[in-house]
Write a protein that binds this ligand. Structure first.
Ligand code: ZN
Length: 656
């Protein structure tokens, strides 16, 4: 492991706290040291209080901050004196500990200090760095882990046996550290948990951490446990059709919808196909920071290895307000391993799913290295249960925010690269749904830079492309809950007397046939939607009030409307609702340029503004107006409505 310290960059920073931020970010930038909010750092600074009295303050990483991106505000200032007193107590409940941390901070608006704050205070060094280095955890999790740690570090580190993170760990360190430490002590190992380094400067503490981790890596290399064997598995495309049913079963158990993502890299598949998978993965997590429960799950006739995980540090960092007992206690697994499907990870959002996957990919590496070293040995179940209990204590402190309406759900939107489709994607994303956007335009692929968005360039009239898009949906999100049929063409005006067969067929193929195919292919998925399937059809004012010169368009939309009504009849038994919107005169779409608008307005002898608002309410209809209503049609307000046709046209005499 290389030191990333740069003397000229560091020279720009003059105060202790800025240097603390700088080296914390260096640690955070390496996922082999800290993952997603793992690890924490501190610096002790003497400074005058409001009355001119000098006091010693511990600046320690606060909840809600990730070392990779931490800033000065991310460090919570807490008075050292009470922290040291707390470290001398025999007992302190986790709730009271958090209360004490909060009440002794000197900036009210600062985040709650890390639960390892007391531990940081107890270590008598100005800078303290703490990581959960993969290589160290691999070595700890072997039958003779502690002996190996002693062999690597000799007397340079103080070794603390595993104790659940929180006050008990701080008290253990308070007892053991002063007895074991000496002038040459450069750090501390918390068995099965992580590594501490310290120093009189930010650079010294950081570079000691790098040096200590390098020694662990070198040990693994020397024992031929570093390089993992080259993978031989060639991933064949498996049958994904079981995925939505697996998701449904888990969501039913969890009593909320969740996103499920499949990972099938050769490394992951190699691990999933190991003969000894059960004894390796079934033992438990790499570190109790990551996993709280392990169980086997009979799932649709196949035994999947399932791990229910709660990420203490994930919640601390990414969702400090979102902790609540229901979330922590739901019985849904977060990681499942299967020979064919690979690693399936679950979460309430695509972002959470990615984090779970990242953590488990590291776990796979850790398990394999430990296995090569002398046998993987996870902590006993007791320690894991303790963390679970601790989580609950923590959970009581968290405020429970109302989750976004479509959290854990998946929406597919056709024609999503622009206009109403794009606005629908925004409306669904803003309500917490994962969104699959389909469009002919390749720009769809990069339309939104969010883990919950999957854009696929796709010609909906091509059945093979459609199959592929649905496969991508299942791989990335695990199912489909909502479908917005928006894609369509509006050809230029053409009287029936001049309408060619080709033009008629082209419009029908896109506006009607492709939607029939999509509805049919999505039916088995919508049937398995945990909160029941919903379909929204973006129709047209032309359905109730057709216009001259738009025969193919009006007929295709009217046929689609009739198709939706039949779907409402046929799919009601599956709990699937389908409703239609009939927008009119939506001008902020790709179809309408300023030139065309001006020409049309002139044609009617109107100003552009008057042309845009020629409806009963004299109001302009935007893509967003249509999209917001489309999203709401999928929500609880319309839970008892199917086969409705709602105009979004500002009021039109011919429709009224
Ligand atoms: Zn830790």
């Amino acid at each position: 492991m290389k030191s990333l310290w740069n003397d000229s960059e560091a020279a720009q920073l003059t105060d202790d706290l800025s240097l603390r931020v700088y080296s914390s970010r260096l640690l955070g930038s390496d996922p082999a040291l800290v993952l997603h909010g793992g690890g924490n750092t501190s610096v002790k600074i003497a400074q005058p209080d409001l009355f001119g009295q000098e006091e010693e303050i511990l600046y320690v990483k606060g909840s809600g901050w990730d070392l990779a991106s931490i800033q000065v505000e991310g460090f919570t200032p807490v008075r050292m004196e009470p922290l040291l007193k707390l470290g001398g107590l025999d007992e302190l409940s986790d709730m009271e500990m958090v209360n004490q941390l909060k009440t002794h901070q000197t900036r009210a608006s600062a985040p709650t200090a890390s639960v390892e704050a007391i531990l940081h205070a107890l270590l008598p060094y100005q800078y303290v760095d703490h990581t959960h280095a993969d290589s160290l955890i691999a070595i700890c999790n072997t039958p003779d882990g502690e002996a190996r740690i002693r062999e690597i570090y000799g007397d340079d580190l103080v070794i603390i046996p595993y104790v659940m993170p929180g006050f008990d760990l701080a008290r253990e360190v308070a007892k053991r550290f002063p007895r074991a430490a000496h002038r040459g002590t450069v750090g501390m190992v918390l068995m099965n948990h992580g590594l501490f380094s310290f120093g009189a400067s930010a650079k010294e503490s950081y570079e000691r951490m790098i040096e200590l981790v390098t020694r662990a890596e070198a040990y693994l290399q020397a024992q031929d446990a570093w390089e993992l064997p080259e993978t031989q598995v060639i991933p064949a495309t498996p049958d994904f059709s079981s995925i939505p049913a697996i998701r449904k079963q888990i969501c039913t158990a969890a009593r909320r919808p969740m996103i499920l993502k499949s990972y099938r890299s050769p490394q992951v598949l190699d691990f999933c196909r190991r003969e000894d998978l059960e004894s390796l993965a079934g033992q438990g997590p790499a570190t109790p920071d990551h996993v709280i429960r392990t169980k086997r799950l009979p799932m649709l006739g196949r035994e999947l290895h399932a791990y229910t995980e709660a990420y203490r540090e994930y919640f601390e960092t990414h969702a400090p307000q979102a902790r609540n007992p229901v979330q922590m206690l739901d019985p849904a697994p977060r990681v499942m391993l299967d020979r064919e499907l690979g690693m399936l990870t679950l979460g309430k959002s695509a972002q959470e799913v990615d984090i779970v996957a990242d953590i488990y990919r590291h776990t796979i590496e850790i398990i394999q290295r430990a296995d090569r070293l002398g046998g993987w040995r996870a902590l006993p179940a007791k320690a894991i249960f303790d963390v679970e209990y601790w989580e609950l204590e923590q959970a009581k402190l968290g405020k429970s925010d109302k989750p976004p309406r479509f959290q854990g759900e998946v929406a597919m939107i056709t024609g999503a690269a622009s206009g109403i489709g794009r606005a629908c994607a925004e409306a669904m994303l803003s309500r917490g749904a994962a969104v699959v956007g389909l469009d002919l335009d390749p720009a769809i692929e990069g339309l939104f830079d969010a883990p919950g968005f999957l854009g696929a360039a796709c010609d909906l009239t091509d059945p093979a492309a459609l199959t592929q898009a649905l496969q991508q949906t299942l791989l990335n999100f695990g199912g489909l809950d909502m479908l917005v049929l928006n894609a369509g063409v509006f050809p230029g005006g053409c009287a029936v007397a001049e309408l060619s067969d080709d033009e008629w067929r082209r419009v029908m193929q896109i506006n009607l046939d492709a939607n029939l195919r999509l509805l049919r292919e999505c039916h088995p998925l919508l049937k398995l939607a945990p909160n029941q399937g919903r379909v929204v059809v973006i129709g047209s004012k032309n359905v109730p009030a057709p216009g001259m010169g738009a025969a193919a368009y009006s007929a295709s939309k009217a046929a689609l409307n009739q198709l939706a009504r039949i779907v409402a009849l046929e799919w009601a038994a599956d709990g699937i609702r389908i409703n239609s919107l009939h927008p009119d005169a939506v001008f902020d779409t790709g179809l309408w340029s300023q030139d065309i608008l001006e020409a049309r307005a002139a044609h009617y002898g109107m100003s552009v503004k008057a042309y845009k608002t020629r409806n009963l309410l004299k109001t302009e209809i935007t893509s967003r107006d249509v999209a917001e209503l489309a999203a709401e049609l999928c929500g609880p307000l319309f839970a008892k409505t199917t086969a409705a046709q709602i105009p979004v046209d500002g009021g039109n005499e011919r429709v009224v």
